[in-house]
Ligand binder design. Structure first.
Ligand code: NAD
Ligand code: IPM
Ligand code: MN
Length: 322
Protein backbone atom coordinates (compact mmCIF):
# COMPACT_ATOMS: atom_id res chain seq x y z
CA UNK A 1 0.00 0.00 0.00
CA UNK A 2 1.27 3.45 -0.93
CA UNK A 3 1.93 5.80 1.96
CA UNK A 4 1.25 9.46 1.18
CA UNK A 5 2.41 12.14 3.61
CA UNK A 6 0.11 15.15 3.52
CA UNK A 7 1.54 18.49 4.63
CA UNK A 8 -1.04 21.26 4.49
CA UNK A 9 1.46 23.80 5.84
CA UNK A 10 0.12 27.31 6.31
CA UNK A 11 -2.32 29.79 4.78
CA UNK A 12 -4.15 28.54 1.70
CA UNK A 13 -2.33 25.22 2.10
CA UNK A 14 -5.16 24.37 4.52
CA UNK A 15 -7.67 25.01 1.73
CA UNK A 16 -6.09 23.71 -1.47
CA UNK A 17 -4.38 20.60 -0.12
CA UNK A 18 -7.59 18.99 1.22
CA UNK A 19 -9.03 19.39 -2.30
CA UNK A 20 -5.99 17.74 -3.90
CA UNK A 21 -6.10 14.99 -1.31
CA UNK A 22 -9.79 14.28 -2.05
CA UNK A 23 -8.92 13.83 -5.71
CA UNK A 24 -6.22 11.30 -4.77
CA UNK A 25 -8.61 9.57 -2.36
CA UNK A 26 -11.25 9.21 -5.02
CA UNK A 27 -8.81 7.67 -7.48
CA UNK A 28 -6.94 5.64 -4.86
CA UNK A 29 -9.06 4.78 -1.84
CA UNK A 30 -6.38 2.26 -0.93
CA UNK A 31 -3.68 4.91 -0.39
CA UNK A 32 -2.63 5.35 3.23
CA UNK A 33 -2.66 9.12 3.87
CA UNK A 34 -0.98 10.47 6.97
CA UNK A 35 -0.67 14.10 8.04
CA UNK A 36 2.66 15.71 8.90
CA UNK A 37 2.59 19.12 10.52
CA UNK A 38 5.39 21.57 9.81
CA UNK A 39 5.55 25.31 9.28
CA UNK A 40 4.77 28.66 10.75
CA UNK A 41 1.65 27.50 12.58
CA UNK A 42 3.60 24.73 14.22
CA UNK A 43 6.41 27.13 15.10
CA UNK A 44 3.91 29.47 16.79
CA UNK A 45 2.50 26.61 18.85
CA UNK A 46 5.68 24.70 19.70
CA UNK A 47 8.62 27.00 18.96
CA UNK A 48 9.86 24.61 16.27
CA UNK A 49 8.68 24.70 12.63
CA UNK A 50 10.09 21.28 11.70
CA UNK A 51 12.05 18.81 13.81
CA UNK A 52 14.00 15.65 12.98
CA UNK A 53 10.85 13.68 13.78
CA UNK A 54 8.93 15.29 10.93
CA UNK A 55 11.83 14.72 8.52
CA UNK A 56 11.78 11.02 9.52
CA UNK A 57 8.02 10.87 8.94
CA UNK A 58 8.38 12.44 5.50
CA UNK A 59 11.10 9.93 4.63
CA UNK A 60 8.66 7.14 5.51
CA UNK A 61 6.29 8.14 2.71
CA UNK A 62 6.24 6.89 -0.89
CA UNK A 63 5.36 10.45 -1.91
CA UNK A 64 4.63 13.76 -0.20
CA UNK A 65 1.78 16.13 -1.01
CA UNK A 66 2.78 19.56 0.25
CA UNK A 67 0.94 22.87 0.55
CA UNK A 68 3.05 25.89 1.36
CA UNK A 69 4.78 27.35 4.37
CA UNK A 70 4.66 30.93 5.54
CA UNK A 71 8.16 32.24 6.14
CA UNK A 72 8.14 34.32 9.33
CA UNK A 73 9.81 37.73 9.21
CA UNK A 74 12.53 37.12 11.79
CA UNK A 75 16.26 36.56 11.96
CA UNK A 76 17.77 33.10 11.94
CA UNK A 77 14.67 31.25 10.83
CA UNK A 78 15.67 28.43 8.57
CA UNK A 79 13.20 27.91 5.74
CA UNK A 80 11.33 24.67 6.33
CA UNK A 81 10.88 24.14 2.61
CA UNK A 82 14.62 24.40 2.03
CA UNK A 83 15.39 22.17 4.98
CA UNK A 84 13.11 19.46 3.58
CA UNK A 85 14.50 19.78 0.06
CA UNK A 86 18.04 19.39 1.39
CA UNK A 87 17.30 16.66 3.95
CA UNK A 88 15.56 14.54 1.28
CA UNK A 89 18.04 15.61 -1.41
CA UNK A 90 15.22 16.62 -3.75
CA UNK A 91 17.59 18.02 -6.33
CA UNK A 92 15.29 18.37 -9.34
CA UNK A 93 12.44 20.86 -9.14
CA UNK A 94 10.22 20.29 -12.18
CA UNK A 95 7.78 23.08 -12.94
CA UNK A 96 5.62 22.39 -16.01
CA UNK A 97 3.86 25.23 -17.79
CA UNK A 98 1.79 23.71 -20.59
CA UNK A 99 -0.36 26.09 -22.59
CA UNK A 100 -1.99 26.78 -25.90
CA UNK A 101 0.55 25.70 -28.54
CA UNK A 102 3.46 25.39 -26.12
CA UNK A 103 4.63 22.98 -23.47
CA UNK A 104 7.35 24.33 -21.21
CA UNK A 105 9.10 22.39 -18.46
CA UNK A 106 11.30 24.42 -16.15
CA UNK A 107 13.97 22.26 -14.52
CA UNK A 108 15.26 24.12 -11.52
CA UNK A 109 18.33 23.00 -9.58
CA UNK A 110 16.94 22.63 -6.07
CA UNK A 111 19.74 22.14 -3.55
CA UNK A 112 22.50 24.70 -4.07
CA UNK A 113 23.17 27.98 -5.90
CA UNK A 114 22.10 31.02 -3.89
CA UNK A 115 20.23 28.64 -1.58
CA UNK A 116 23.48 27.15 -0.26
CA UNK A 117 22.71 28.45 3.22
CA UNK A 118 26.33 29.53 3.52
CA UNK A 119 25.86 33.14 4.49
CA UNK A 120 26.46 35.72 7.14
CA UNK A 121 25.16 39.12 8.02
CA UNK A 122 27.22 41.74 9.84
CA UNK A 123 26.32 45.32 10.68
CA UNK A 124 27.70 46.67 7.40
CA UNK A 125 27.69 43.76 5.03
CA UNK A 126 25.87 40.57 4.34
CA UNK A 127 27.12 37.80 2.08
CA UNK A 128 25.64 34.66 0.62
CA UNK A 129 27.83 32.10 -1.08
CA UNK A 130 26.46 30.94 -4.40
CA UNK A 131 27.58 27.35 -4.73
CA UNK A 132 27.48 25.62 -8.09
CA UNK A 133 29.09 22.20 -7.93
CA UNK A 134 30.00 19.82 -10.73
CA UNK A 135 27.98 17.07 -9.07
CA UNK A 136 24.94 19.32 -8.59
CA UNK A 137 25.12 20.64 -12.15
CA UNK A 138 25.67 17.27 -13.78
CA UNK A 139 22.73 15.66 -12.06
CA UNK A 140 20.31 18.48 -12.85
CA UNK A 141 21.33 18.82 -16.49
CA UNK A 142 21.16 15.04 -16.91
CA UNK A 143 17.61 15.09 -15.52
CA UNK A 144 16.78 17.88 -17.96
CA UNK A 145 18.33 15.95 -20.86
CA UNK A 146 16.24 12.86 -19.99
CA UNK A 147 13.12 15.03 -20.06
CA UNK A 148 14.10 16.73 -23.33
CA UNK A 149 14.58 13.29 -24.90
CA UNK A 150 11.21 12.01 -23.63
CA UNK A 151 9.50 15.12 -24.93
CA UNK A 152 11.57 15.28 -28.17
CA UNK A 153 12.15 18.91 -27.32
CA UNK A 154 14.81 21.55 -27.28
CA UNK A 155 16.88 22.03 -24.12
CA UNK A 156 17.53 25.66 -23.22
CA UNK A 157 20.17 26.46 -20.62
CA UNK A 158 19.39 29.63 -18.65
CA UNK A 159 22.34 31.39 -16.99
CA UNK A 160 24.12 34.67 -16.38
CA UNK A 161 27.54 33.64 -17.66
CA UNK A 162 28.22 37.16 -18.93
CA UNK A 163 28.68 38.26 -15.32
CA UNK A 164 28.89 35.42 -12.81
CA UNK A 165 31.73 32.88 -12.67
CA UNK A 166 29.58 30.20 -11.10
CA UNK A 167 27.27 30.57 -14.09
CA UNK A 168 30.12 30.15 -16.56
CA UNK A 169 30.80 26.91 -14.71
CA UNK A 170 27.11 25.90 -14.82
CA UNK A 171 26.70 26.80 -18.51
CA UNK A 172 29.84 25.00 -19.63
CA UNK A 173 28.95 21.76 -17.87
CA UNK A 174 25.40 21.93 -19.25
CA UNK A 175 26.64 22.62 -22.79
CA UNK A 176 29.13 19.73 -22.64
CA UNK A 177 26.49 17.30 -21.34
CA UNK A 178 23.91 18.38 -23.93
CA UNK A 179 26.45 18.08 -26.72
CA UNK A 180 27.54 14.63 -25.56
CA UNK A 181 23.87 13.55 -25.32
CA UNK A 182 23.31 14.56 -28.96
CA UNK A 183 20.09 16.45 -28.27
CA UNK A 184 19.08 19.85 -29.66
CA UNK A 185 20.05 22.61 -27.24
CA UNK A 186 20.78 26.29 -26.93
CA UNK A 187 21.59 28.68 -24.13
CA UNK A 188 20.43 32.17 -23.18
CA UNK A 189 21.08 34.82 -20.59
CA UNK A 190 18.42 34.49 -17.95
CA UNK A 191 17.20 38.10 -18.15
CA UNK A 192 16.64 37.97 -21.91
CA UNK A 193 15.26 34.45 -21.61
CA UNK A 194 12.63 35.59 -19.09
CA UNK A 195 11.13 38.07 -21.54
CA UNK A 196 11.55 35.87 -24.61
CA UNK A 197 9.75 33.03 -22.83
CA UNK A 198 6.73 35.28 -22.41
CA UNK A 199 6.92 36.63 -25.96
CA UNK A 200 7.71 33.37 -27.77
CA UNK A 201 6.70 30.48 -25.50
CA UNK A 202 6.52 28.12 -28.49
CA UNK A 203 10.30 28.38 -28.86
CA UNK A 204 10.82 26.65 -25.52
CA UNK A 205 10.46 23.14 -24.25
CA UNK A 206 12.82 22.15 -21.42
CA UNK A 207 14.58 25.02 -19.64
CA UNK A 208 17.30 24.13 -17.13
CA UNK A 209 18.66 26.71 -14.74
CA UNK A 210 20.09 27.34 -11.30
CA UNK A 211 18.05 27.48 -8.11
CA UNK A 212 17.13 31.17 -7.69
CA UNK A 213 16.76 31.85 -11.42
CA UNK A 214 14.40 28.87 -11.64
CA UNK A 215 12.41 30.17 -8.68
CA UNK A 216 11.84 33.52 -10.36
CA UNK A 217 11.38 32.15 -13.86
CA UNK A 218 8.63 29.76 -12.76
CA UNK A 219 6.52 32.50 -11.16
CA UNK A 220 7.05 34.64 -14.28
CA UNK A 221 6.18 31.78 -16.64
CA UNK A 222 2.90 31.16 -14.81
CA UNK A 223 1.72 34.41 -16.42
CA UNK A 224 1.44 32.47 -19.70
CA UNK A 225 -1.26 30.20 -18.32
CA UNK A 226 -3.26 32.34 -15.91
CA UNK A 227 -1.03 32.84 -12.91
CA UNK A 228 0.18 31.10 -9.81
CA UNK A 229 -3.08 29.36 -9.07
CA UNK A 230 -2.44 26.99 -11.94
CA UNK A 231 1.15 25.77 -11.84
CA UNK A 232 2.34 22.71 -9.93
CA UNK A 233 5.78 21.33 -9.17
CA UNK A 234 7.56 18.11 -8.41
CA UNK A 235 10.64 18.03 -6.20
CA UNK A 236 12.40 14.81 -7.12
CA UNK A 237 15.45 13.10 -5.67
CA UNK A 238 16.86 9.61 -6.08
CA UNK A 239 14.98 8.35 -3.01
CA UNK A 240 12.12 10.72 -2.22
CA UNK A 241 9.65 12.96 -3.97
CA UNK A 242 7.53 15.91 -2.88
CA UNK A 243 4.75 17.59 -4.86
CA UNK A 244 3.63 21.16 -4.21
CA UNK A 245 2.13 24.13 -6.00
CA UNK A 246 4.62 26.74 -7.21
CA UNK A 247 2.70 29.33 -5.22
CA UNK A 248 3.12 30.09 -1.53
CA UNK A 249 0.74 30.30 1.40
CA UNK A 250 -0.93 33.48 0.03
CA UNK A 251 -1.73 35.13 3.38
CA UNK A 252 -3.61 37.88 1.54
CA UNK A 253 -6.38 35.48 0.54
CA UNK A 254 -6.04 32.73 3.16
CA UNK A 255 -9.14 31.55 5.01
CA UNK A 256 -11.55 33.02 2.46
CA UNK A 257 -12.26 29.96 0.32
CA UNK A 258 -11.17 31.84 -2.81
CA UNK A 259 -7.78 30.27 -3.58
CA UNK A 260 -7.52 28.37 -6.83
CA UNK A 261 -6.92 24.69 -6.02
CA UNK A 262 -5.77 23.77 -9.55
CA UNK A 263 -2.03 24.09 -8.80
CA UNK A 264 -2.50 21.76 -5.83
CA UNK A 265 -4.60 19.26 -7.81
CA UNK A 266 -2.01 19.34 -10.60
CA UNK A 267 0.67 18.64 -8.00
CA UNK A 268 -1.36 15.55 -7.07
CA UNK A 269 -1.46 14.71 -10.79
CA UNK A 270 2.35 14.83 -10.87
CA UNK A 271 2.40 12.62 -7.77
CA UNK A 272 0.23 10.02 -9.53
CA UNK A 273 2.47 10.13 -12.56
CA UNK A 274 5.52 9.62 -10.34
CA UNK A 275 3.88 6.61 -8.66
CA UNK A 276 3.24 5.09 -12.08
CA UNK A 277 -0.50 5.77 -12.38
CA UNK A 278 -0.42 7.52 -15.75
CA UNK A 279 -4.11 6.78 -16.40
CA UNK A 280 -5.16 8.32 -13.07
CA UNK A 281 -3.00 11.36 -13.76
CA UNK A 282 -4.66 11.87 -17.14
CA UNK A 283 -8.13 11.42 -15.61
CA UNK A 284 -7.51 14.04 -12.92
CA UNK A 285 -6.03 16.53 -15.39
CA UNK A 286 -8.93 15.94 -17.79
CA UNK A 287 -11.39 16.51 -14.94
CA UNK A 288 -9.79 19.93 -14.28
CA UNK A 289 -10.10 20.82 -17.97
CA UNK A 290 -13.73 19.66 -18.03
CA UNK A 291 -14.65 21.85 -15.06
CA UNK A 292 -12.92 24.86 -16.62
CA UNK A 293 -14.78 24.18 -19.88
CA UNK A 294 -18.03 24.21 -17.88
CA UNK A 295 -17.17 27.80 -17.00
CA UNK A 296 -16.53 27.04 -13.33
CA UNK A 297 -13.58 29.18 -12.23
CA UNK A 298 -12.14 30.72 -9.11
CA UNK A 299 -11.74 34.47 -8.76
CA UNK A 300 -8.16 34.66 -10.06
CA UNK A 301 -9.48 33.34 -13.40
CA UNK A 302 -12.37 35.77 -13.45
CA UNK A 303 -14.96 33.41 -11.99
CA UNK A 304 -16.84 33.28 -8.72
CA UNK A 305 -16.47 29.66 -7.61
CA UNK A 306 -14.91 29.06 -4.22
CA UNK A 307 -12.00 26.70 -3.57
CA UNK A 308 -14.34 24.00 -2.32
CA UNK A 309 -16.90 24.50 -5.07
CA UNK A 310 -14.23 24.08 -7.71
CA UNK A 311 -12.90 21.01 -5.93
CA UNK A 312 -16.38 19.52 -5.66
CA UNK A 313 -16.95 20.09 -9.37
CA UNK A 314 -13.74 18.17 -10.14
CA UNK A 315 -14.77 15.34 -7.82
CA UNK A 316 -18.20 15.23 -9.48
CA UNK A 317 -16.64 14.84 -12.94
CA UNK A 318 -14.39 12.06 -11.63
CA UNK A 319 -17.31 10.31 -9.93
CA UNK A 320 -19.37 10.40 -13.13
CA UNK A 321 -16.54 8.65 -14.98
CA UNK A 322 -16.29 5.81 -12.48
P1 NAD B 1 2.32 33.62 -2.89
O1 NAD B 1 2.61 32.68 -4.01
O2 NAD B 1 1.82 33.02 -1.64
O3 NAD B 1 1.26 34.72 -3.40
C1 NAD B 1 1.54 35.63 -4.44
C2 NAD B 1 0.21 36.19 -4.99
O4 NAD B 1 -0.45 35.16 -5.74
C3 NAD B 1 -0.74 36.63 -3.90
O5 NAD B 1 -1.44 37.76 -4.30
C4 NAD B 1 -1.70 35.45 -3.78
O6 NAD B 1 -2.98 35.78 -3.31
C5 NAD B 1 -1.73 34.92 -5.19
N1 NAD B 1 -1.95 33.45 -5.18
C6 NAD B 1 -1.06 32.52 -4.82
N2 NAD B 1 -1.61 31.30 -4.90
C7 NAD B 1 -2.88 31.47 -5.32
C8 NAD B 1 -3.95 30.58 -5.58
N3 NAD B 1 -3.83 29.26 -5.42
N4 NAD B 1 -5.13 31.10 -6.00
C9 NAD B 1 -5.26 32.42 -6.17
N5 NAD B 1 -4.29 33.33 -5.94
C10 NAD B 1 -3.10 32.85 -5.52
O7 NAD B 1 3.66 34.42 -2.65
P2 NAD B 1 4.00 35.51 -1.52
O8 NAD B 1 2.81 36.29 -1.15
O9 NAD B 1 5.19 36.17 -2.02
O10 NAD B 1 4.43 34.64 -0.25
C11 NAD B 1 3.57 34.32 0.82
C12 NAD B 1 4.27 33.38 1.78
O11 NAD B 1 4.43 32.11 1.16
C13 NAD B 1 5.67 33.83 2.20
O12 NAD B 1 5.85 33.56 3.56
C14 NAD B 1 6.59 32.99 1.33
O13 NAD B 1 7.84 32.80 1.91
C15 NAD B 1 5.80 31.69 1.26
N6 NAD B 1 6.08 30.83 0.13
C16 NAD B 1 6.13 29.50 0.40
C17 NAD B 1 6.28 28.59 -0.62
C18 NAD B 1 6.33 27.12 -0.28
O14 NAD B 1 6.19 26.76 0.87
N7 NAD B 1 6.54 26.25 -1.22
C19 NAD B 1 6.37 29.04 -1.95
C20 NAD B 1 6.32 30.42 -2.19
C21 NAD B 1 6.17 31.31 -1.15
C1 IPM C 1 9.17 28.16 -4.11
C2 IPM C 1 9.32 29.12 -2.94
C3 IPM C 1 10.49 28.73 -2.06
C4 IPM C 1 11.75 28.89 -2.89
C5 IPM C 1 10.66 29.50 -0.75
C6 IPM C 1 9.40 29.57 0.05
C7 IPM C 1 11.74 28.89 0.09
O1 IPM C 1 9.41 30.43 -3.40
O2 IPM C 1 9.06 26.95 -3.87
O3 IPM C 1 9.13 28.62 -5.25
O4 IPM C 1 12.34 29.97 -2.94
O5 IPM C 1 12.16 27.90 -3.48
MN1 MN D 1 9.01 30.62 -5.56
Amino acid sequence: MRKIAVVEGDGIGHEVIPVARSVLEMLHPEFDFFPVEVGYGMWERTGCPCADKEIRELKGADAILFGAITTPPMKDYQSVVLRIRKALDLYANLRPVPGNGFDIMIVRENTEGLYSGIEEAGPDRATTLRVVSRHGTERIVRAAIRLARERSGLLTIGHKANVIKSDVFFRDICLAEAKAAGIPYNDKFIDALSLDLLQHPKNYNVVVTTNMFGDILSDVASYLVGGLGLVPSANIGDQYALFEPVHGSAPDIAGKNIANPIAAIRSAVMLLDYLGDKAGAVRAETAIETVLAQGIRTRDLGGSAGTQEFGNAVLKVLRQQM
